[in-house]
Design a protein around this ligand. Structure first.
Ligand code: AHG
Ligand code: MN
Ligand code: MN
Length: 352
């Protein structure tokens, strides 16, 4: 038996799977941990593998196109939005330590208590981000954030209230990009780590350890078509980047899937912006399951995330689907941003 075990370890000594990594991190940072948290995260990784299998076969499985419904945001639901949502709800629902989930696709938070489980976690997610890109083979993703069920809170009576916690309370956050390869990036507050899915044996394998955002990048990322409706300080900031004011002329990259645009910004640096616009004066992106997880990861990687008036992770949420402007990037770009976008300038320009 002993020689067999040794032979197995030698098969591929370089591989660290996401499950191994989570357990190692727990041993290092919370030696008392029961393993309950890694059980929860394995529910998320499983659901994303189920979704990735559908994304990869989308054109073959009648998985492209709309599902016929409209979600709580008034947006048309794609078939994959519905599938990814069901996969997460199922995989988290069977984990007895999950008390509540909230999804972009469901108006109300869903509670799993009542089945007798000792639920202590709240998970909020955008099951499929960038879903309008599915039908044209452009990268999409999944974003999630994990919170603790506040002490003394009854998850059956107040599921929504339990979700309304500022981003600084996140225990973990992460995303998956279903791109040219499938990668999961997560943080538990001890750095940011990336794992690429090896399709030959279906495991997420450590590929990007301790990701740091470059101090300065070469790209800005925003929907240029809304330029005319960006507040003036944002226009001035973007002109500064474009004209070489930062020592180089920034180029534009915009995919239209937050996860993909943010993933590039995380690895290559630069800045991603979804400012307030005439159509969306509070921005378009959702605080709890888009901006907060992205902000947690950005900060852990040495970057900065703001709403233009406040640090994203300090915003006290009042609704589970509330929106916020999001500006996230590397140190140099965000220092320049602060210089241009004095909160007072943004507010007066919006009022005008
Ligand atoms: P979702 O598909 O989850 O609704 O998110 C789409 C979001 C986000 O991924 C992206 O950054 C943004 O919409 C793009 O919006 P615009 O088309 O207005 O630029
Ligand atoms: Mn989204
Ligand atoms: Mn979505």
């Amino acid at each position: 038996m002993k020689s067999q075990a040794l032979a197995n370890t030698k098969t591929d000594p370089m591989i660290v799977t996401i499950q191994q990594h989570i357990l190692q991190e727990q041993r290092k940072h919370s030696p008392q941990a029961s393993g309950s948290f890694s059980w929860l995260l394995s529910g998320i990784t499983l659901a994303t593998k189920m979704t990735e299998a559908r994304v990869r076969r989308a054109g073959l499985l009648d998985m492209v196109g709309t599902a016929g419904g409209i979600n709580v945001q008034g947006e048309v639901q794609q078939k994959l939005d519905v599938y990814a949502d069901e996969a997460l709800i199922h995989c988290l629902g069977v984990r007895e330590n999950v008390a509540i989930v909230a999804s972009e696709e469901s108006e109300e938070a869903i509670t799993f208590d009542g089945r007798g489980g000792p639920g202590k976690y709240v998970v909020v997610f955008d099951p499929l981000d960038g879903s309008s890109n599915i039908d044209v083979n452009v990268s999409v993703g999944t974003i999630f954030s994990v919170l603790a069920l506040p002490e003394g809170m009854n998850s059956v009576d107040e599921p929504e209230k339990a979700c309304l916690q500022p981003g600084i309370k996140q225990l973990a956050a992460g995303y998956v990009v279903y791109g040219s390869s499938t990668i999961m990036v997560y943080t538990t507050g001890h750095g940011v780590h990336g794992f690429t899915l090896d399709p030959s044996f279906g495991a997420y394998v450590l590929s990007h350890e301790n990701i740091r955002m470059p101090e300065q990048g070469t790209y800005y990322s925003s929907n240029d078509a809304y330029w005319d409706s960006f507040p003036k300080p944002y226009q001035e900031y973007l002109s500064h980047l474009r004209s070489g004011g930062m020592g180089r002329r920034y180029a534009l990259r915009y995919i239209g899937s937050l996860v993909a645009d943010f993933h590039r910004t995380l690895l290559r640096g630069g800045v991603f912006l979804y400012p307030p616009t005439d159509k969306n004066p509070d921005g378009k992106l959702r605080l709890l399951y888009e901006a907060n997880p992205v902000a947690f990861i950005a900060e852990q990687a040495g970057g900065v995330a703001t709403s233009g008036t406040q640090r994203i992770m300090e915003i006290e949420p009042t609704e589970i689907h509330q929106r916020t402007p999001l500006i996230v990037g590397g140190k140099s770009e965000m220092q320049a941003f602060e210089h241009f976008i004095e909160p007072a300038n943004v507010l007066s320009s919006l009022a005008g």
